[in-house]
Design a binder for this molecule. Structure first.
Ligand code: FAD
Ligand code: UDP
Length: 370
């Protein structure tokens, strides 16, 4: 059989492009996926207890862009949910990202927003922090760096924040007021029947076939196709010819408790104690009613090809140089498109990934409609 497009990877990047090409261009699309399921890192399922959990860690959808929200709303209804996180420091749970309440709870003070602002400004020592440690100290000062960020980041990344690019932490703000939502985006929620259900709707066209449990390199030589969209790891496509890009991986320990509620927010961060970084209680995100509750203890681990999954690109100069070499090679290829978190080796939140995929479709493929 002849395919117009082969897509490597059934995550959101690959499946949005499959949906567009199959439904708008009437392309015959083949998706090849290494894992035994669709939905990439957004995959969720009901565990033995009947509780909906996210296999690869907590995924909470947010965007400021109406067009992204509306695009996905064609394939799902939404469970409206605003994510909140607490951090466990000095024996108490305090709001995270740091806000006015966090400051006052840690110091036992009652500062106003204006007074807090003055305190924060005293920390600022540079306009261009050289690394993640400088970026945080510049923003919140040494005390809060040590309490909330230093040990968490060492656990998360397996290296000191000094060795990480400032961008690693730039998505974590500081709030001068008492705002305690993790993100302020206009649209926030989770698909009401789960992410996997959304994906099933996204790729239900008869024009789309998929192969699971298959590394594309095992089969690609025998497939007849015109163009390839690649969402797997950038370095793997090129057989690591310039060297290996580094990733950080995660391991999840799942526990179900015979109680309706385990903790006070969906996510509690543990910067300074334990080997895990955070505990997620899924029912608090999904809104599911159940007499028991399932949590994930999240342990960052070293990434080893074949043994663990590549989750987070590690942002440092060495990896940035390597990435540039691969990207310049990738852009010189004809009829091969690299898109998504692994193939572009960059941190994409889900909405960014959807936006990038729609943008690729609009700029490269929408004119080719048949
Ligand atoms: P992926 O979902 O990784 O999909 C790529 C697919 O390619 C995978 O299924 C993989 O198995 C497949 N593949 C790889 N190699 C091959 C091969 N050789 N052959 C065949 N298939 C292959 N974003 C948010 O917006 N909010 C959140 O709360 C959030 N939480 C997150 C928490 C964690 C722990 C992580 C790791 C990420 C989180 N994200 C979150 C980011 C989100 O997961 C990504 O934006 C999204 O999954 C990117 O989709 P993708 O399709 O680019 O990549
Ligand atoms: N971070 C931290 N302490 C925290 C939460 C985050 O030091 O309690 C740092 C850490 O380096 C992390 C980065 O901020 O990797 C980004 O945090 P975010 O919550 O966005 O991480 P993600 O949701 O991607 O795991």
């Amino acid at each position: 059989m002849k395919f117009d497009t082969v897509i490597v990877g059934a995550g959101i990047s690959g499946c949005v492009l499959a949906e567009r090409l199959a439904n708008e261009n009437n392309h015959k699309v083949l998706i090849i996926e290494k894992r035994d399921h669709i939905a990439g890192n957004m995959y969720d399922y009901y565990n033995d207890e009947g509780i909906l959990i996210h296999k690869y860690g907590p995924h909470f959808f947010r965007t400021d862009k109406e067009e992204i929200w509306e695009y996905l709303a064609r394939f799902t209804d939404w469970h409206y949910y605003e994510h909140k996180v607490k951090s466990s420091v000095q024996g108490q749970l305090v709001p995270f990202p740091i806000n006015l309440d966090t400051y006052n709870l840690v110091h036992g003070t009652g500062l106003s927003t204006d007074e807090f602002k003055v305190k924060l400004e005293e920390n600022k020592f540079t306009d261009s922090p050289k690394n993640a440690e400088e970026a945080i100290i510049n923003q919140v000062g040494e005390k809060f760096y040590n309490l909330f960020f230093k040990n968490y980041s060492i656990k998360q990344w397996g290296r000191s924040p000094k060795e990480l690019h400032a961008d690693t932490v730039k998505r974590v703000p500081v709030r001068l007021d008492r705002e305690d939502r993790y993100q302020l985006a206009k649209y926030q929620g989770l698909p009401s029947k789960g992410y996997t259900h959304l994906f099933k709707n996204l790729i239900k066209s008869d024009n789309i076939k998929f192969l699971l449990n298959t590394d594309y390199k095992e089969v690609i030589d025998g497939v007849n196709y015109d163009q390839l969209i690649y969402t797997g790891p950038l370095d793997y496509y090129f057989d690591f010819k310039f060297g290996k890009l580094e990733y950080r991986s995660l391991k999840f320990e799942e526990k179900t408790y015979t109680t309706d509620s385990f903790q006070e927010e969906a996510v509690i961060n543990y910067p300074n104690n334990y080997a895990y970084t955070r505990i997620t209680e899924y029912k608090k995100m999904t809104g599911q009613k159940h007499h028991n509750t399932t949590v994930h203890y999240e342990y960052p681990i070293e990434y080893k090809r074949g043994e663990s999954d590549p989750y987070y690109p590690i942002l440092n100069d060495k990896n940035a140089d390597l990435k540039d070499k691969y990207i310049s090679e990738a852009t010189s290829l004809e009829n091969v498109y690299f898109i998504g978190r692994l193939a572009e080796y960059r941190y994409y939140a889900m909405d960014d990934a959807v936006e990038a995929a729609l943008h690729l479709y609009d700029t490269k493929f929408s004119k080719l409609k048949s």
